[in-house]
Write a protein that binds this ligand. Structure first.
Ligand SMILES: [Zn+2]
Length: 386
């Protein structure tokens, strides 16, 4: 007992000391943690500023510090992964992003950001199926996510899955309130091509007709519909499709000329070709290409007078048409009219100036007088050729 009494103050003192040390230790840890959090928060803010400035190197360094000090900062991990992807280290990007998917404390917004990053990672590594899966997951969280639908459309187009692309494009139009039936018609045409490639011409034709239901002026639909009939030996129906193009879109009629001539010759209906051109010219008198085709046809038949007359008509429509002038030279030559040959050759030589620049989009054929680096028609970059 005595022992205890004597020892008591020492024990209390020891306990107090231990408690004091503990308290100081806890305080130090709390302070350290707080300062670490503050430091990491500071680094995070710096990283965000770097990203806004476009300084990815510095952002990368800051973000690495953030995730070391504060493993709860999901957004820092997300952005770090994105930088890895942009640096071409897509495996690291995927590693970081995949690890985040198992966290169950993510809110919907963060989860959506994560799905976007993952989709981009998969796209970068050409894993289209996985990219599509992530994009679909993203869209399931927000059905109106435009970015998700646009990326999905790109993936479907890459895979040449035109049916899915078509519905993705329709959804995008619904979200943005736009409408472009002639574009949707082109998707139908693509679906048709796939059937035609498999020699399923009936199914192909149904698609071309769907295209025409969307857009009565869909040029490839008329051409391909005729081709699909022709493939099965249904020449009359093929001719009907192409003649309809002449009716509906006379300015693009020339695209069917060669087809019409081929099939009509095959059928032995030589006279029909000239009649088609004349009918077209009756409705569309200034159709230069029809005039040139008709002139060539008259020449083939040995009717030089009509050939020359038609050429002159063509030159009335477009006095600068080199093709018309060349044909005229050729016809006068055949007739032996040297004076006319010389006269027209002279005109041809004098008009041979540097033609004004024409720039064509390789992607959509859009034409521009001046060089463009982004097509205003199809939104593609660097598609213009002089
Ligand atoms: Zn274009």
């Amino acid at each position: 007992m005595k022992f205890y009494i004597e020892e008591f103050p020492l024990l209390v003192l020891t306990l107090i000391c231990v408690a004091a040390i503990l308290i100081v230790a806890i305080l130090l840890i709390v302070r350290y943690r707080r300062s670490q959090r503050l430091r990491s928060a500071g680094s995070y803010v710096e990283a965000l500023k770097d990203l806004i400035r476009g300084d990815e190197e510095s952002a990368f360094r800051h973000l690495k510090r953030v995730v070391k000090e504060d493993t709860a900062n999901t957004d820092a991990y997300l952005k770090l992964g994105d930088i890895f992807r942009r640096r071409g280290e897509v495996v690291r990007a995927l590693q970081i992003h995949r690890q985040l998917t198992v966290r169950n404390d993510l809110n919907t917004r963060t989860r959506m950001e994560l799905l976007k990053s993952l989709a981009l990672d998969y796209m970068e590594s050409n894993k289209n199926e996985q990219a599509i899966a992530k994009l679909k997951e993203l869209i399931s969280l927000d059905k109106k996510d435009l970015w998700g639908h646009q990326q999905l459309l790109r993936q479907f187009e890459r895979q040449k899955d035109w049916s899915q692309a078509l519905s993705a494009q329709e959804t995008i139009f619904k979200i943005t309130g736009q409408k472009d039936d002639s574009l949707l018609a082109l998707y139908e045409v693509q679906i048709g091509h796939k059937w035609a490639d498999q020699k399923e011409f009936h199914k192909a034709r149904l698609k071309y007709k769907d295209a025409l239901r969307r857009d009565r002026l869909c040029v490839p639909a008329y051409l391909d519909l005729g081709d699909a009939f022709q493939q099965e030996g249904r020449l009359d129906e093929a001719l009907e499709s192409w003649k309809e193009l002449l009716q509906k879109v006379p300015e693009k009629a020339y695209l069917a000329f060669e087809r019409l001539e081929r099939v009509l010759y095959e059928k032995g209906q030589f006279g029909e070709v000239a009649k088609i051109y004349r009918d077209l010219l009756e409705r569309d008198p200034d159709n230069l290409r029809a005039l040139l085709a008709l002139a060539t046809l008259y020449d083939k038949k040995g009717n030089l007078d009509e050939a020359i007359r038609t050429c002159q008509r063509a030159l009335q429509v477009d006095a600068t048409s080199h093709v018309a002038r060349q044909l005229l030279v050729k016809f006068y030559q055949q007739r032996g009219d040297q004076a006319k040959v010389m006269e027209n050759l002279e005109t041809l030589i004098n008009s041979a100036q540097v033609t004004p620049n024409r720039f064509l989009c390789r992607n959509c054929g859009h034409e521009s007088q001046e060089p463009l680096w982004r097509c205003p028609h199809c939104d593609q970059w660097r598609t213009y050729i002089p």
